[in-house]
Design a protein. Structure first.
Length: 555
């Protein structure tokens, strides 16, 4: 439950501390005093969207802290595990006048979305906006599904899984069929490209290797001439360089017998003589390997031309061309299998369609079984809320094609009395009837969840008198097993409070005061007659408090 709320710098609130009771807490005060701003502050602590316009004039930031006590066995404990410290968790939010805001959970930095994740297990807020949400078909459908129970929700989840799978498969079929003409064009092009590359069958590095051979054959006569000249210079008819180096080496060898330094030169000369002799032999072999072969040269040039033609279209190198062919072949196989894939998908769509029909029937059966029970439960709640004879019907309107929520649209229909025709809730209920219907839904839902704190902002809109007392009694009963916070203008509701907080505004600043018994009488008399000293209003206020105590004692 919410133990304490601290707000500063928010709208008309400068600095406010609000301790809360485990039962029914009521906020009252003049219009514009700042009651709703307190619920806004709580919503911010629960991760609601914020903007700098909420910051009080002159304040650097709006700050909200909400301290919750978490029961060890509650639903919230499992979600909040890791944030709870000694049975408590603190949610905090700062919205600066300029710059980016911050959020904290248990004193640790967090995000607003993290607050929004924790908020629903701690507090459920009902305001005029939420009353309007009750008019949406999707909300009414979710309400009935939740009332139908866990087994029904499992069936609904299975239906949605099948529906989503069917939508995905159907979309894939449509894409394949739409792309059929383009696919044929792509198939023809890819097949041509693969055939063209396969006809040449390049090998990695082949272009570089052939370019070397082509260069040698293209200049073979010059190469033979140069090789002959080199061979003559090294070992010609007159001995050449090899013989000359041999003579030099022998002369140095004789000198070396007389001078060790000359001996070193002799060794170098001998080595050079051997090296030059080997070079001469290698040059001879190279020259003899050269031969004029115009036919081979022509073949080489044709092959190189074919490889370059591929490279102009498919890649800069032989390896790039081969990579292009591999990818084109893969895509060809993929496209060639599209017809098989389409046939498989058609079978999948057929099977999923049948499965969706079967699972939709289970969902419809669950809703049909729960609709009557929900209508009866809501009718009983409305009677307790001062609307005897009011009728509620939960209609199931079949859809032509099942949607993501099932094969029917759920609609709450309402009639204010037994002689009135049933119409959609949005068209038949007045503002007060809508407020009470919303409270009836929340009361029915109370047995379906364990949210520890319920907040009702302006739940009394459009009602008064006897209806207000009925609403107060129902809120008091809700507060027997959970915390309830109500913002109200009706004394018939406020009299049931376990803790009555009066919100006042002076000089543009709101303050909150927990009222004692005497102050409660004065506040209730003000709410009844606009005067806090009217004897008749005071008497009436005291009567309301006596009635509230009696009802709570017998609850």
């Amino acid at each position: 439950m919410l133990r304490e709320l601290h707000i500063s710098g928010l709208g008309v609130i400068d600095d406010l501390d609000l301790p809360l009771h485990p039962g029914l807490n009521v906020l009252t005060g003049e219009t514009g005093a700042g009651k709703t701003m307190i619920t806004v502050g709580l919503a911010l602590a629960l991760g609601a969207r914020a903007n700098a316009s909420l910051v009080r004039d002159g304040a650097d930031a709006a700050r909200v802290q909400a301290l919750f006590e978490v029961d060890r066995v509650s639903e919230a404990r499992a979600v909040l595990d890791g944030w709870v410290d000694d049975g408590e968790v603190l949610l905090a939010r700062t919205i600066p006048a300029e710059g980016k805001g911050t959020a904290r959970i248990g004193g640790q930095l967090a995000t607003a979305s993290a607050l929004a994740t924790l908020g629903p297990v701690l507090v459920e807020v009902h305001g005029q906006g939420q009353t309007q949400r009750l008019l949406e078909p999707a909300i009414q459908t979710a309400f009935l599904d939740r009332y139908a129970g866990d087994r029904h929700l499992v069936a609904l989840a299975a239906f949605r899984e099948t529906h989503d799978a069917l939508q995905t498969a159907t979309a894939a079929v449509e894409r394949l069929r739409d792309a059929a003409r383009d696919r044929e064009r792509e198939l023809d092009l890819l097949a041509y490209q693969v055939r063209e590359i396969e006809a040449v069958s390049p090998e990695p590095g082949e272009s570089e290797r052939l370019a070397g051979e082509e260069a040698r054959l293209g200049h073979v006569e010059r190469l033979m001439e140069s090789g002959g000249a080199a061979e003559a210079a090294l070992a010609g008819d007159d001995g050449g360089a090899a013989d000359a180096l041999g003579l030099a080496a022998r002369a140095l060898e004789e000198a070396g017998a007389l001078d060790p330094e000359a001996g070193e030169l002799a060794a170098r000369g001998a080595a050079l003589s051997v090296e030059v002799a080997e070079l001469a032999r290698d040059v001879r072999r190279y020259r003899e390997s050269l031969a004029v072969d115009p036919e081979r040269l022509q073949l080489l040039r044709e092959r190189i031309g074919a490889l370059k033609s591929l490279q102009r279209r498919y890649g800069e190198t032989d390896a790039d061309v081969l990579s292009f062919m591999a990818e084109a072949s893969r895509r060809l196989a993929e496209l060639a299998g599209a017809d098989e894939r389409l046939a498989e998908l058609d079978e999948t769509v057929e099977a999923l369609t049948a499965q969706r029909v079967a699972r939709a029937a289970l969902v419809t059966a669950g809703r049909d079984g729960a609709a009557g029970r929900l209508a009866t439960a809501l009718g009983a709640e409305l009677e307790e809320l001062g609307m005897p004879g009011a009728l509620v019907e939960v209609g199931l309107d079949p859809l032509t094609v099942p949607g993501p929520a099932g094969a029917e649209r759920v609609e709450l229909r309402f009639a204010g009395g037994p002689d009135l025709a049933l119409h959609p809730l949005a068209k038949s209920a007045s503002g007060g009837e809508l407020s009470r219907t919303m409270l009836a839904c929340r009361s029915v839902m109370a047995d379906l969840d364990l949210v520890p704190t319920l907040v009702f902002d302006e739940v009394d809109a459009g009602i008064g008198g006897r209806a207000g007392l009925a609403v107060g009694r129902r809120l008091a009963r809700l507060a027997l097993d959970r915390q309830v916070l109500v913002v109200t203008h009706l004394p018939q509701i406020a009299c049931f409070a376990d803790r009555h907080v009066q919100v006042t505004k002076r000089g543009g600043t709101a303050s909150a005061q927990v009222l004692d018994d005497e102050a409660r009488v004065r506040e209730l008399s003000r709410m009844l007659a606009g005067l806090d000293r009217s004897e008749s209003a005071i008497s009436h206020a005291e009567e309301l408090l006596v009635e509230a105590r009696r009802v709570k004692a017998t609850a």
